[in-house]
Each structure stands twice: as structure tokens, then as C-alpha cells.
Design a binder for this molecule. Structure first.
Ligand code: DC
Length: 221
């Protein structure tokens, strides 16, 4: 049976994970949150007391880092359940440094490609359509305005009891956009054959419907 790959790329907090999880459920595909992998690596760097800005020291940890993603969203990194911690500000504030290191990206991309070979997947990230799976069956580039993205992330954090201010979130989203788009290796940019999905004015149901239409038009299911 053919395995489909649906790439959902876009900037931080554009609602990619919410939409991708729902799409995966509707289509019976496996959802893979590649951002959680960069976040888990970042948690490990901080756990070991390594400076996230020290590329050499961070890359030296690659052999020790073992990341597992579970269908219920649980993330285990080298023996520790990091599901909650990887969403906290100390990880969010440092993850762009880790995601800019080529050696770390190559290690995680290898893992992502293996995951994509096992079953049909909805993979959410930044470089899935451009680098990880350049031949993905469907490529969606999901965007929303900075204000809308910050508002959504703020509400999400409040619901999860993660302390933050709206202004902090705006600053974090802008900083991550800047670093993610300007890094030398596999930066955030739409694949030429991706389809833009702007969810600024759409609610979750409308966004899912719009994404489903894109997918069904491409793979005819
Ligand atoms: O989607 P997210 O906010 O959980 O992603 C966390 C960070 O990881 C973000 O700064 C961008 C980076 N990332 C990446 O560079 N490539 C991916 N495929 C996924 C995430």
C-alpha cells in the first residue's frame, strides 16, 4: 500500500500542530511533530548544563540523545518524560539555536525520514516540504499574522498553566521567525510547489476543512 506524506510547514504558532493532529485523525495517518524533536534536544542540552549557543558542545551530545514520539503526544528524551517541559519558556526561548545547527538537523532529519517510511504521515515542521521530504505528496504552508499567532499561543499556555505575558509571546514569536527564516541550513521558506493556507481569519474547523480540501484535491481520497 502506498504511504502518503503530507508536509505542513510554516512559522511558529501558526496552528500547524492543532490542524495536523485533526487531519491525521480524520485521514488515519500518523501525526509527527518535528518541532517537538528540536525541543526535546534543547531540553537535553539544558538538562546537561550545556550553553545552547555553544554549537560544538551541543552537537557533541548527538550520540546521547534518543528521542521517542508516542501517538498520545508523549515525548521521551534519553530516559526522561519531557512532554510538558518542552513547551515551557526556557525551552521555547532556546530551541531556535539548537535548530540552526546543521549536524543536529541532519541527525533529526534522518529520524524523520525513517518515520515517514513506516506509514502515511502528516508531518509538521519548517523544512518538511523543502528538505526532509522534497517529494511529499502534499505540501501545505500554513501562515497567520504575528498577532493572531501570539494570541493563540498565549491562550494555549494559559490553558496549560504555563506562566507568560502576551508581550513575551509576541517577542518570542518574532524572534523565532527571524532566526528560523535566516538560518543558513534548511531555513523556513515555502516550497515552490507548496499551497499557502492562511488561517488568520479561520477558526479551527474552517482551517481543517481548507486543509482537507487541499489534501483531497492532491491525493484524491
Ligand atoms: O513548531 P515548534 O514551535 O514546536 O518548533 C520549535 C522550533 O524548532 C522552532 O524554533 C523551529 C524549529 N524547527 C525546525 O527548525 N525545523 C522543523 N522541522 C521543526 C521545528
Amino acid at each position: 500500500m502506498k504511504h502518503y506524506v503530507v508536509a505542513v510547514d510554516g512559522p511558529a504558532a501558526a496552528g500547524k500542530s492543532t490542524i495536523s493532529k485533526r487531519l491525521a485523525k480524520i485521514l488515519g495517518f500518523t501525526y509527527i511533530d518535528t518541532g517537538a524533536m528540536y525541543r526535546a534536544f534543547t531540553e537535553y542540552v539544558l538538562r546537561k548544563g550545556v550553553d545552547p549557543k555553544d554549537e560544538k558542545a551541543c552537537c557533541a551530545l548527538i550520540p546521547e540523545v534518543e528521542i521517542e514520539l508516542f501517538p498520545d503526544g508523549k515525548v521521551i528524551c534519553s530516559g526522561k518524560d519531557v512532554t510538558r517541559e518542552i513547551r515551557e519558556p526556557h525551552v521555547s526561548g532556546n530551541v531556535s539555536y539548537i535548530a540552526s545547527y546543521k549536524e543536529i538537523r541532519l541527525a533529526l532529519v534522518e529520524l524523520q525520514r525513517k518515520m515517514g517510511e513506516k506509514s502515511s504521515v502528516i508531518m509538521d515542521g519548517r523544512d518538511i516540504g523543502t528538505y526532509v521530504f522534497p517529494n511529499a505528496d502534499v505540501k501545505i504552508f500554513q501562515v497567520a499574522s504575528v498577532e493572531e499567532r501570539a494570541k493563540r499561543r498565549y491562550i494555549e499556555n494559559q490553558e496549560k498553566g504555563i506562566p507568560c505575558t502576551y508581550e513575551d509571546i509576541v517577542a518570542d514569536v518574532e524572534k523565532r521567525d527571524r532566526i528560523d527564516s535566516s538560518r543558513a541550513f534548511a531555513p523556513l521558506k515555502p516550497a515552490e510547489d507548496s499551497i499557502l493556507l492562511d488561517t488568520s481569519k479561520l477558526n479551527i474547523e474552517e482551517s481543517v476543512e481548507a486543509a482537507l480540501k487541499i489534501i483531497r484535491d492532491k491525493i484524491g481520497e
